[in-house]
Design a protein around this ligand. Structure first.
Ligand code: ZN
Ligand code: ZN
Length: 363
């Protein structure tokens, strides 16, 4: 079975049709995730030049064999140096306007290219390129679902081993190990295990703090499967949870459930964010929820669109997004609950597997 051999031609074709809408004749792709998405090439360096009469993958000598195998439909060129290779490929084939990814091109490369190619106008593309990978096909959604399943299984495995006295670092290392043993390439991002007062920081790093009875422990984790990532967060209580912790947990859970229930194609991303925020704000915890409600996930763990108040994006069927409200009480503890869902025309399919009722680990 080789479903992967099929999507690249279609993706390149759709992208080619958009170039005139963006007022560019050609596109220089430097973001390696975008190159992978468009060509199948999984190396760590290279460039892709796309236009009406060219689909050229440029790589150095380390990658020539791999590029020819993985991107069999493209013309593959080997360059001795990236700058000279780009100047030659662009200069040989193009005048006029050429688009590039605004968030990938460096100032140094832009300066050199514009100096050496005075006949070419380089045009930055931001949201156009960010949105490129937002809508996933069923093959991509299946890979993200597999990543989520591996991660959820690994979480369940380590959960039964958490005991007072273990450090956050030990728990994180155990989870990372279980994720790899479960069939993932690696963890999706540096695993977060944050307990007690550390859990009051949304992006805490695991410390040498030993977990103890009465802690809330926030564990944010994911797996990579065939390049695609998952993202999920569970907050669990060690031994017991007091009434205030239970109250805040149920508030965050309600926000999470309401946001998830409002996901479907056609809904504005900022409306999902507002849905998650409403009850939290009403109960006076608005300032304790300082981040957006969610984000797209795919080849990168943070992708377009953002589910946030400032977002202008509209959900489309096939997007895969997280929902992750949180309440953080500085110096004390925090709660975040995160699930991953594929947007459908009439709702969503939740891809992460762990039930989000408050779990008390028995000690
Ligand atoms: Zn996460
Ligand atoms: Zn996330």
């Amino acid at each position: 079975m080789q479903p992967d051999a099929l999507p690249y031609a279609g993706r390149l074709q759709r992208l080619g049709q958009r170039l005139p809408l963006w007022s560019v004749e050609r596109l220089l792709v430097l973001n390696m995730k975008n190159i992978r998405y468009l060509s199948g090439f999984t190396g760590s360096d290279g460039a892709l030049l796309i236009g009406p009469d060219c689909r050229t993958l440029l790589v150095d000598g380390r990658y020539i064999t791999q590029a020819r195998e993985e991107a069999a439909d493209l013309e593959v060129h080997r360059y001795p140096g990236k700058m000279d290779g780009l100047v030659e490929a662009i200069g040989r084939q193009s005048r006029g306007e050429i688009g590039f990814e605004a968030d990938t091109m460096t100032v140094a490369l832009w300066t050199a290219l514009t100096e050496r190619l005075p006949g070419v106008t380089f045009r930055p593309l931001q949201e156009e390129m960010e949105a490129l990978r937002a809508v996933k096909d069923e093959g991509e959604i299946a890979k993200i679902a597999t990543a989520a399943e591996i991660a959820s299984r690994a979480f369940n495995e380590i959960l039964s081993r958490i005991r007072p006295g273990m450090t956050e670092r030990e728990i994180a290392a155990g989870l990372d190990d279980a994720i790899r043993r479960g069939g993932a390439q690696e963890a999706s991002f540096p695993t977060i295990v944050a307990s007690g007062e550390n859990a009051a920081r949304p992006h805490a790093r695991p410390q040498d703090r030993a977990v103890r009875a009465g802690d809330l422990i926030t564990i944010d984790f994911g797996a990579v499967y065939e390049g695609y990532r998952s993202d999920e967060t569970c907050t669990v209580a060690l031994g017991r949870a007091d009434p205030e912790q239970r109250h805040v947990y149920s508030l965050v859970k309600e926000a999470h459930d309401r946001a998830l229930a409002s996901i479907r194609a056609g809904v504005a991303c900022r409306a999902i964010d507002a849905e998650a925020r409403e009850e939290i704000e009403k109960q006076g915890f608005g300032d304790a929820f300082p981040h957006g409600t969610g984000h797209g996930v795919g080849l990168d763990v943070h992708e377009y669109p953002r589910l946030a108040a400032q977002s202008r994006a509209i959900l489309e069927a096939g997007m895969v997004v997280t929902v992750e409200p949180g309440v953080y009480l500085p110096g004390r503890w925090g709660v975040r609950i995160e699930d991953l869902a594929a947007v459908r025309t009439d709702g969503c399919t939740v891809l992460s597997k762990i039930p989000k009722e408050l779990k008390i680990i028995e000690i």
